[in-house]
Write a protein that binds this ligand. Sequence first.
Ligand code: 5GP
Ligand code: ZN
Length: 112
Amino acid sequence: MDCLFCKIVAGDIPSTKVYEDEYVYAFKDIDPQAPFHAIVIPKEHIVSADMINEQNSHLVAKVFEAIAKISKQENLENGYRVVNNCGKDGGQTVGHIHFHLLARRNLQWPPG
Ligand code: 5GP
Ligand code: ZN
């Protein structure tokens, strides 16, 4: 499948791994927006948050289980932000659902 993040999961495109388990892969963003910026994805291809359903929602739960583990692994005790961009107006540029994990700076709200 011609999907950038599926190729990263397969190891066909190199990435800096942050975390991996049976369901989830997390890697450093190539263009970090915070001192710590990881992309957390289900290994299974889901296009976007708009495609979450009863059959695949357990994979989103696995993503958030992984995020809580990464938080401990990376000592993100000051907190972090999880961002999902969905679709064109949401700013999604890669068509494989992903969650940005941003930390180590004081993130502003609202994001704009
Ligand atoms: P989006 O804009 O779709 O929410 O997020 C896509 C993210 O993937 C961006 O933050 C972008 O920097 C990151 N990205 C795009 N291509 C690559 C790549 O080849 N490797 C890595 N590590 N990150 C990428
Ligand atoms: Zn994919």
